[in-house]
Design a protein around this ligand. Structure first.
Ligand code: NAD
Length: 493
């Protein structure tokens, strides 16, 4: 694959610091996952690059060039960002599709749209950075105001680079912060694209900076940097725990959006045709590399065999292959490492006695990182393929008898990011939604997401929330101002 599919400036390796493309040292190859060919390279960032980027962000913050604008002024720029993204949808979707191996239709319809919606929503939040007047017994006018935190270190994963960067950057900007962004080493291209777009929309130089490189080499330095005031991390629970430890020692607040392994429960009163369609899209969405995907299916015993038959018949017909074909739903895994992780997890499950209903092996397509969508039945709840996040197009299926058993199985992993319930009984839907340990619960649907609805984890799936007005609190702090008032007899005026 030639790199001509990418905008010219993305073919030139660089960081993006203080409004400029900055040449770095070292080199990381960015591969097209559909062919394993090199698309381009980016610099292998160093601690010195992080220092330069943090200095630029800090200077921009203290200068007030963005932080001291009114919320309405920042709002106008955020709206402009969303407009420019919509105007450039096809180019941005192509960058994301080549970088991550995403089916182009998904990148167009979901990634760019959702990210543009996020900027649009953040534009409205920027106009609601309100404090409150408190009625106190003090002889004083007492009120609170919200202030930006300063420099935000954003560290993002490989699977939804544009969406998960936008969900941090848009609100961080709305609140008036400056940012240093370290995108995933494998999928950094949309961050570099967006750096130009943000500048064009009117984000001042130094407010948004991108340093490319390995998290293992840059992460500690970035998340404990003296001039970083907050860490916004999305990634695996293992790395998240490490970053949270470092940030905690440095007394930096952190939001941590971490791994998921969501249960999807089909009760025997569900609309089965819809439930099966939902189940398939929940586990193949983004080729299974979706923290809120539904890789753990729990089926009530009365409809268990019927559901297995429908999955075995339906899954092989989901369009699979070249992500550039508009009809493709399942593309390659994003990296060789992710592909190999899926191979190892399924092989181990097979060795432990799992029944492969469909899939269970790699697909030889153009040398890319393809793995057939796979359904595994007869798995033990204690098996690694059930308890651990696989992060590929793999579904495990387990039967249950009662509502209580379904809840117990659903809550039996360390994760708690998302969950789904398929039932026509709305009393049951409420009861079970209440009992599930998850940050977001879908009933008779999956992945209905909107920037106004918060998401985030419980248990090992993380801390804090992204999206919704709740997120403003993650990127601002409250200051109380108490102005003493003199009684009339002491007031000279
Ligand atoms: P990862 O944890 O390997 O990497 C995430 C980011 O952390 C990358 O930018 C990486 O370079 C960086 N990093 C690596 N080591 C670091 C260190 N020592 N210090 C600081 N940063 C470091 O995750 P991944 O493989 O890129 O993404 C997949 C994981 O992310 C899955 O577990 C998935 O569930 C999770 N995820 C969670 C959400 C959510 O919203 N909860 C969303 C998407 C992905």
């Amino acid at each position: 694959m030639s790199s001509s599919v990418l905008p010219e400036y993305l073919c030139t390796p660089h960081h993006y610091i203080n409004g400029e493309a900055v040449t770095g040292t070292g080199e990381i190859q960015v591969l097209d996952p559909a062919t394993a060919q090199v698309l381009t390279t980016t610099p292998r960032g160093t601690a010195a690059d992080i220092d330069t980027a943090v200095a630029a962000a800090h200077t921009s913050f203290t200068s007030g060039v963005w932080s001291k604008l009114s919320g309405r002024e920042r709002s106008r720029v955020l709206y402009r960002i969303s407009e420019l993204m919509r105007q450039r949808t096809s180019e941005l979707a192509e960058v994301e599709s080549y970088d991550v191996g995403k089916p182009i239709s998904l990148a167009n319809a979901v990634d760019v749209n959702n990210a543009a919606d996020t900027y649009e929503y953040a534009a409205s939040l920027a106009q609601h950075l309100d404090g409150a007047v408190r009625s106190t017994p003090l002889p004083a006018h007492a009120f609170t105001q919200r202030e930006p935190l300063g420099v935000v270190a954003a560290i993002t994963p490989f699977n939804f680079p544009l969406i998960l960067s936008s969900s941090k950057i848009a609100v961080a900007l709305a609140a008036g912060n400056s940012i240093v962004h370290k995108p995933a080493e494998d999928t950094p291209l949309s961050a570099l694209y967006m750096a130009r777009l943000l500048q064009e929309a009117g984000v001042p130089d130094g407010v948004y900076n991108v340093v490319t490189g390995y998290g293992s080499e840059l992460g500690d330095h970035l998340s404990t940097h003296p001039n970083v005031n907050k860490v916004a991390f999305t990634g695996s629970s293992k790395i998240g725990a490490h970053v949270a430890g470092k940030a905690g020692q440095a007394l930096r607040p952190i939001t941590a959006e971490l791994g998921g392994n969501a249960p999807n429960i089909i009760f025997d009163d569900a609309d089965l045709a819809q439930a099966i369609q939902t189940t398939i899209s929940a586990f193949v969405f983004n080729t299974g590399q979706f923290c809120m995907g539904g890789p753990r299916l729990l089926v009530q015993r009365g409809v268990y065999e019927q559901v297995l038959e429908a999955l075995a018949a339906g899954v092989p017909h989901v369009p699979f292959g070249d992500p550039r074909k508009p009809e493709t739903v399942i593309g390659p895994l994003a990296t060789q490492a992710q592909h190999d992780k899926v191979v190892a997890a399924v092989d181990e499950a097979k060795a432990a006695g799992a029944r492969v209903l469909t899939g269970g092996e790699s697909a030889d397509i153009n040398g890319g990182f393809f793995y057939h969508p796979t359904v595994l039945a007869d798995v033990e709840n204690s098996a690694d393929c059930v308890q651990e996040e696989i992060f590929g197009p793999v579904l495990t299926v387990q039967p249950f008898d009662t509502e209580q058993e379904a809840i117990a199985l659903a809550n039996s992993t360390d994760y708690g990011l998302a969950a789904g319930i398929q039932t026509e009984n709305m009393s049951r839907a409420h009861r079970v939604a209440d009992a599930l340990e998850a940050g977001i619960v879908w009933v008779n649907s999956w992945a209905l997401l909107d920037p106004s609805m918060p998401f985030g984890g419980v248990k090992s799936s993380g801390w804090g929330r992204e999206n919704g007005p709740e997120q403003l609190h993650e990127y601002t702090r409250t200051k109380s101002v108490i102005i003493a008032l003199k009684p009339a007899e002491q007031d000279q005026a």
